[in-house]
Design a binder for this molecule. Structure first.
Ligand code: UDP
Length: 320
């Protein structure tokens, strides 16, 4: 039986990945310090004999006490309000020390390791859409740099461990993703807009709402991630972009969410955070060619499922 270690396993993507791998009959070790992860995301997995949760901070080395076949390194606060706020220094520590410790673990076990990198490595992109060959335009001292530069440093560590230590690496760059198991308090645009609309609160558009993002449904993203891990060609390390190339302005997203949820929320404009990228859209031709992967779920379909999920979350929160 294949044993997979997933760091950041109680987070949004991590918990969806744990569930997916357990469905495939893998043994799954889920690691998290729950900075931003939530135990409720793995509640339904806890009874599975092939599942083990360990509360651990990847900034310290980890001994799983059993042989590992693969490691998915997802640990890191990923929402801008989380990493720009009280977790900023922890974010750099998690990116860099976490990658270092997990790479050492992969080396010791002869395990393949996948790094969940990010479209943030492209910063404020001067190339559009973004190809993997684009080297980015990142502010190294801005409020996003703990995440952007942390993830860039992690990529660099992965490639040095591959070149010098022979570690089998796979690197993906994840573009904006949404879906069930997101934290309603996460602060990202999809969760904010849906929860605000469901509660009848104002919809907070940062800036004039003309900035764009491309939104990928979580099941599509997890499929791409698993395919990338399964690539047997050791020369194919990535980085590979994973995301949905459908591009929307934030204003368009607000209109779509409002038209689906209904209610009488108003659109209000708030200050645009500094270094907020103006546009973002993945070029996914590499993933299409090598992984045979393309997203299948449209924004309209994915939002329906996500709205249902948040409706349940909000009802739970409001329950006395
Ligand atoms: N955003 C917004 N209102 C919100 C949250 C976010 O207008 O309540 C904007 C944010 O400024 C950015 C985009 O939506 O331009 C996506 O933000 P998010 O935090 O979801 O992810 P990012 O792509 O910035 O990491």
């Amino acid at each position: 039986m294949t044993t997979s270690l997933i760091t950041g396993g109680t987070g949004f993507l991590g918990s969806n990945l744990c569930a997916r791998l357990l469905r495939e009959g893998r043994r799954v070790i889920c690691l998290d310090n729950n900075y931003t992860g939530r135990m409720e995301n793995i509640a339904e997995l806890q009874g599975n004999a092939n599942f083990r949760f360990v509360k651990h901070d990847v900034c310290a080395p980890f001994d799983p006490g059993e042989q590992l076949d693969e490691i998915y390194n997802l640990a890191c606060p990923a929402s801008p309000p989380a990493y720009q706020g009280r977790h900023s220094i922890d974010t750099t520590r998690t990116c860099v020390l976490g990658a270092l410790h997990m790479l050492e673990l992969a080396k010791a076990h002869g395990a393949r390791i996948l790094q969940a990198s990010t479209s943030e490595v492209y910063g404020e992109p001067l190339e559009h859409p973004q190809k993997e060959t684009y080297r980015g335009n990142v502010n190294p001292v801005g409020i996003r740099s703990c995440y952007d530069e942390g993830k860039r440093c992690a990529e660099s560590l992965f490639f040095d461990y591959h070149r010098h230590e022979g570690v089998s690496i796979r690197v993906i760059r994840i573009f904006n993703t949404y879906g069930p198991k997101m934290d309603p308090k996460d602060g990202r645009v999809v969760s904010n807009f849906i929860c605000q609309a469901l509660r009848g609160e104002d919809i907070t558009i940062y800036g004039d709402g003309s900035q764009t993002r491309s939104f990928c449904y979580v099941d599509d993203l997890i499929e791409g991630m698993v395919r990338m891990m399964a690539v047997e060609d050791e020369t194919f390390t990535g980085p590979v972009n994973l995301g949905n190339p459908g591009e929307f302005t934030i204003r368009e997203l607000a209109d779509i969410v409002l038209s689906k949820v209904g209610g009488d929320s108003k659109l209000v404009h708030c200050e645009l955070p500094s270094d907020d990228p103006t546009q973002r859209r993945p070029d996914i031709s590499l993933a299409q060619r090598v992984l045979g992967w393309s997203p299948r779920v449209t924004l309209a379909q994915g939002l329906d499922t996500t709205i249902q999920y948040f409706q349940k979350q909000i009802t739970q929160i409001n329950r006395p």
